[in-house]
Design a protein around this ligand. Structure first.
Ligand code: ADP
Ligand code: MG
Length: 391
């Protein structure tokens, strides 16, 4: 296998370097969903294998690092990377910095790899503290960033570390995410349809404005839709809404881009009562809407047949609880059938695509959620900016 060519100037790659006997600090995004202490979806672990395997084959000594969940700067045993180390078959060190870690890293031989413990057990990681970044940087001769899903965060291991490292490069996953998503960011084929769902408008609002400007059609589903429907003066019963964001939703819909909101709903008496599910065009005062209805599904599928590119983030309903998964499944199938260039981003959306067995029929399944949204919306990602500045 020869040295890989980059299809885009800008990011230096792991394959640009001589790696034998060099310690490589590899920042990956191994932040997988856990259920009862087990890995619920290994997609991100699989996605990180290519760079890890390449480094080891080339004789590098790999110091692999990631965060997991939100321990918020203290040691939370349930958020240990133990299950991830087991899944990768490499040893876990007891911390991410300190003398014991340094000794273990010094003892590595060519082709070895170790995994550091959860970076976010230290508050300095999310604070991007320069001393912590320098301590992490000292564990490697080379810094390699493959953590696309975390590049929108200016943390010590994604951003601060770059300035303290002699060499800083991108891994193959990061490079592929960037070059693939750049196509949607810069030259989307039109009509360009964005489908946005999920739980919270507030999570996504600031990047929505940029996305809405780029898209020809914005389809809003999921809990987010009810804030938009409320902004149109509709009654939404007890569905999830963010009342303070109603004016922002109204402003977005006045920006000139076409919006498609749900015109029928699967409602229930409460999210825990799927037995009471029924389809209605108007949401009763005491009901909560938990999925898009069949007419909306059909409308979305029609619009997908004429799209040239599609970006989808966020499930269209409470898809973890059948029957409220029908809308999300229908959209996943619509994307799989579509001849458009299709990109799906976000942990929950990808899980829905994977559980329907449709992953192979999507052009790009992005490992990023927030990072993909921000990138496609045109926001600079601090982790990428830091790497590019060093290039
Ligand atoms: P992603 O991980 O794909 O970026 P989000 O994390 O933003 O997506 O949102 C996913 C969550 O939104 C899921 O847990 C889903 O159940 C929830 N959700 C979607 N629609 C609704 C709804 N109508 N009511 C309640 N929760 C919803
Ligand atoms: Mg999510």
């Amino acid at each position: 296998m020869g040295v890989r060519r980059r299809d885009r100037p800008g990011l230096p790659l792991v394959s640009d370097l001589e790696l034998r006997s060099r310690r490589v600090f590899l920042r990956a995004d191994l932040n997988v969903p856990l259920r009862d202490g087990r890995i619920a979806d290994p997609t991100r672990i699989h996605a990180s294998q290519e760079t890890l395997a390449y480094l080891r084959e080339r004789g590098a000594r790999v110091v692999l690092a990631s965060h997991l969940g939100r321990p918020c700067g203290s040691v939370v045993p349930e958020l240990s990377l133990t299950p991830i180390a087991e899944s990768l078959g490499i040893p876990l060190l007891p911390d991410s910095v300190g003398p014991e870690v340094e000794r273990a890293v010094d003892a590595l031989r060519d082709g070895d790899a170790v995994l550091l413990e959860n970076l976010r057990f230290h508050p300095e990681e999310e604070a991007n503290h320069p001393d912590f970044a320098a301590r992490l940087a000292r564990l490697g001769d080379v810094y390699a960033n493959d953590a696309f899903g975390t590049c929108h965060r200016a943390h010590a291991s994604t951003t601060g570390i770059v300035a303290h490292s002699k060499q800083a490069v991108a891994g193959f996953l990061l490079d592929r995410e960037v070059s693939t998503l750049a196509r949607l960011r810069d030259t989307p084929e039109r009509p360009y349809v964005c489908i946005l769902g999920g739980a919270k408008v507030s999570d996504k609002l600031s990047v929505l404005e940029a996305l809405v400007r780029k898209a020809d059609l914005v389809i809003v589903g999921g809990a987010m839709a009810y804030t938009f429907l409320l902004a149109q003066g509709e009654k939404v019963g007890r569905s999830l809404v963010e009342t303070d964001l109603v004016p922002a939703a109204a402003a977005l819909m006045q920006s000139g881009t076409e919006f498609l909101l749900p015109s029928d709903h699967v409602v229930a008496d409460s999210p825990g009562d799927p037995g009471s599910a029924r389809t209605l065009e108007r949401i009763p005062a005491r009901a909560v809407a938990l999925d898009i209805g069949p007419r909306t599904r059909a409308e979305i599928e029609t619009r997908l047949t004429s799209a040239a590119s599609v970006f989808w983030n966020g499930p269209l309903g409470l898809f973890e609880t059948p029957p409220f998964d029908a809308g999300t499944r229908a959209v996943a199938q619509g994307l799989a059938r579509s001849s458009a260039y299709t990109v799906v981003a976000g942990g929950d959306s990808l899980a829905a695509v994977a559980s329907a067995g449709l992953g192979k029929r999507i052009d790009h399944c992005s490992t990023g959620g927030g990072a993909s949204l921000e990138f496609v919306g045109g926001r600079p990602l601090p982790g990428l900016v830091a790497l590019e500045a060093r290039a």
